[in-house]
Design a protein around this ligand. Structure first.
Ligand code: UD1
Length: 365
């Protein structure tokens, strides 16, 4: 009797909030293919119900097969613990491929463990560069790309960056933005969210703010300055601010008053998508939100000095304003007077990205 064909074993890694919406469509697509068997590892870098579980529930991500429950810690501790825990999994499971997404500590830790064991690595969202070495994510991105075998890019700048770093074009695949697969799939479900009603907000009559970058929230003066600016914006239109745990703990420790800003706990995926879709504008230091606002056609002010996602500025609704109060208030004023035209979106941000990634990996593996 012929022996059954051996399936290729793929381990997917998710660790922090922005990973979950990227892993969801990938796992769904890979599960459709009989030639692959899949394992989901959650490192537990993010662990609160509102930072993790709600995404698994809403996006119907399969329960993780393994959860390291690593939790909080400085970069060395978090990365080191994940590296060791993931190495054990590699030894036990002997996968054919590890898929990592984004740029968080879980991404580099698992990619590094895999490459040292000679396991092939696919990096989804490769090649993005802020060229800012003070960002922990920039270090994670550059190192992960350097050791990955398959580099899946969201925008042309990423392909250019990888080529400029000497990475062979045979490893680089322009497949598009997998996070947008999730956004397009969930948009109508998000519309059913009651978040606007619950918060008594009306369509296009409020702003949304999010902040979590260490450069903005780990320094008392920097955080104070941004909150003071957001309070001034709140004098013009309501500002809704779902607060990341890192930011919340600093607001409380330093006793920074938030005035009329509408402070919320972190929101689930669907509530947040509805909130952003109907906002007049968004002020953020997140990377993913720059891309989501671009697709949604919502004006976005990025409260950082740079972006690793230049397509959102070139073709999208994103403007890099930094953290200078005058610049932020002028940009808000401009949007209130005349919102920018709806963005042109990349042809690769079409909801079919995970299917393209599966196609590439099916052929290459
Ligand atoms: C991490 C990622 C960042 C990503 C962000 C999204 C790295 C280096 N950074 O930053 O790229 O944009 O996630 O949120 O990987 N905490 C909780 N509950 C949780 C998770 C965290 O209370 O579920 C608290 C902990 O006290 C922790 C702090 O938030 O110390 C920060 O979490 P951490 O995982 O260190 O980094 P993030 O700032 O979330």
């Amino acid at each position: 009797m012929a022996s059954p064909i051996k399936k290729l074993k793929i381990i997917f890694v998710a660790g922090a909030r922005p990973n979950f919406m990227k892993v969801a469509p990938l796992m769904e697509e890979f599960k459709k293919c009989p030639e692959f068997s899949t394992i989901l590892v959650h490192t537990g870098q993010h662990y609160d119900e509102k930072m993790s579980k709600v995404f698994f529930d809403e996006l119907k991500i399969p329960r993780p097969d393994i959860n390291f429950e690593i939790g909080a810690g400085n970069h060395a501790v978090q990365t080191g613990k994940i590296l060791i825990a993931f190495d054990d999994v590699l030894e036990r499971e002997k996968p054919d491929l590890v898929v990592v997404v984004g740029d968080v500590n879980s991404t580099i830790a698992c990619a590094l463990a895999a490459v040292k064991r000679g396991v092939k690595v696919a990096h989804v969202e490769a090649g993005l560069r802020s060229f800012d070495w003070t960002m922990p994510e920039e270090i994670n991105r550059v190192l992960t790309d350097r050791i990955s075998d398959f580099l899946f890019c969201t925008e042309d700048s990423a392909v250019k960056n990888l080529r400029a770093e000497g990475i062979s074009k045979n490893k680089i695949f322009m497949t598009g933005n997998v996070m947008i697969d999730t956004l397009l799939k969930q948009k109508s479900a998000a519309e059913k969210s009651n978040v606007l009603k619950e918060l008594k907000l009306s369509d296009k009559k409020y702003a949304v703010a999010t902040l979590h970058r260490p450069s903005n929230v780990d320094d008392k003066n920097a955080l104070n300055k941004i909150i003071s600016t957001l309070k001034k914006v709140a004098g013009k239109l309501p500002v809704v601010f779902p607060v990341h745990p890192r930011t919340k703990s600093h607001l409380l420790t330093w006793g920074i008053p938030t005035g009329k800003i509408y402070i919320l706990d972190p929101l689930g995926y669907l509530d947040f998508l509805k909130l952003v879709s109907h906002a007049k504008l968004v002020m953020t230091d997140s990377g993913g939100i720059q891309e989501e606002t671009t697709i949604l056609g919502v004006p976005c002010l990025t409260l950082r000095e740079n972006t690793e996602r230049p397509v959102t500025v070139k073709c999208g609704t994103n403007e890099i304003v930094g953290t200078d109060e005058k610049k932020i208030l002028a940009a808000v004023e401009k949007i209130l007077k005349k919102p920018p035209a709806k963005a042109k979106t990349s042809k690769f941000w079409d909801g079919k990205v995970s299917a393209r990634i599966v196609k590439v990996l099916s052929a290459k593996l």
